[in-house]
Ligand binder design. Sequence first.
Ligand SMILES: C[S@@+](CC[C@H](N)C(=O)[O-])C[C@H]1O[C@@H](n2cnc3c(N)ncnc32)[C@H](O)[C@@H]1O
Length: 206
Amino acid sequence: MPDWDDVFAEKGKYFTTPHPDMERLANLFREKGVRRILDLGCGTGRHLLFLLKKGFEVYGLDGSPNGLEIAKNWLTEENLSSELTCQKVEHEFPYKNDFFDAVISIQVIHHNLMKDIKFTVNEILRTLKTEGFIFLTVPLRQAFYVKKSNMKKVELRTYIPLVGQEKGLPHHFFTIAEIKKVFSEFDLLEIYIDQTNHRAILGQKI
Ligand SMILES: C[S@@+](CC[C@H](N)C(=O)[O-])C[C@H]1O[C@@H](n2cnc3c(N)ncnc32)[C@H](O)[C@@H]1O
């Protein structure tokens, strides 16, 4: 079964420029006194570099050894450093309670079944300080590049593509009502469709 580890092995730095809203977020984080940020599912590190260069202390976690190796080399080239952890997001995070001021996760948490997504969200909650920020993006069903007929449904709103580079990987497509339910312990400041045609969620831990 191919996964992101294979994509990174074949293509290297797959995403090179930061998410279009990262500059705005960095400004918000700075204004609100954010210092320590987790990039959950950091991949090859585009947001690690961006946020480190803005002066934040940034940690990266991802399940792909190839992705993290590329991120590590990219950081070294730029004379930057970050604590990187290779593990699944559905396992307990290796951080203390109330450790981060913000957690970002760009196109990651939807790659699981709902019980694992809920576990991940609880770990975000545990490791984030009260009033800490979340910024996450997830794909939109209507904008997804694989047709429904080329996907297998495995549970409510969760599909596995049978073709393409994400073949075999679960994709959960959230409704807004579901986002509000899963993130009920957060004050959801913004839910919108971003310039990459993904659903973006900005919130704060209550
Ligand atoms: C679409 S890529 C996005 C990478 C990065 N967030 C970015 O924006 O450049 C998805 C990332 O999520 C990671 N990922 C997917 N499922 C995961 C899981 N269950 N545990 C840990 N990482 C996972 C992949 O390894 C990959 O790096």
